[in-house]
Design a protein around this ligand. Sequence first.
Ligand SMILES: Cc1cc2nc3c(=O)[nH]c(=O)nc-3n(C[C@H](O)[C@H](O)[C@H](O)COP(=O)(O)O)c2cc1C
Length: 200
Amino acid sequence: MPPESALPAPRAQGPVPLEKALAQRRSQRSFGATPLTAAEAGQLLWAAQGITGGKGERNAPSAGATYPLVLYLVAGHVDSLAAGVYRYLPQGHRLQAVAMGDVRAALAIAARGQRWIADAPALVVIAAQPARTVARYGAHAEAYVAMEAGAAAQNMLLQATALGLGGTLVGAFDGAAVRRSLALAEAEQPLTIVPVGHRR
Ligand SMILES: Cc1cc2nc3c(=O)[nH]c(=O)nc-3n(C[C@H](O)[C@H](O)[C@H](O)COP(=O)(O)O)c2cc1C
């Protein structure tokens, strides 16, 4: 079983009002050299898929509460985390190491050569295991899962803005190449890559 590690507890409030984060969010494609802290990385993951309800409800909506999304933190420069790929476990707000080594450059190539992606200290890849959503919603599931990825990504981008960070929703990539770079299972589909870091 790959090692798991607890993330710092997510903060429940911050100084930036939602309206300010909405107005300030802009795609960020150039990053300063400052690493992310583990608390910042954890806060971004929590914003996207953290558990906030007593029945396991998360802070982004999910069709029929089927929760098909799986988030991967691709760490390059994150304090106290070795470069590597980590699966976010919403239950317990934990990370599970999946693979060691820096795959940011491989993901930049997979993203049609968008080289700036490799300079972000961290990337969050939103993938999906759509089986439960498909079982319940059949042909509608593909659209539902895409809607969920959009909602989770926007939560994360607003949280990044509120933390004084920036990111971009990246949709242009070769899915098979991303799957290879992250060693994803066949059943997992990468939906978006979100590079995040300090604004330059
Ligand atoms: C579905 C989708 C896919 C996107 N893919 C990329 C991408 O591959 N690379 C990129 O640099 N920006 C990408 N973007 C970001 C848009 O270019 C950006 O949101 C748009 O130019 C508006 O600018 P703003 O986000 O700063 O408001 C994507 C946005 C969306 C919604």
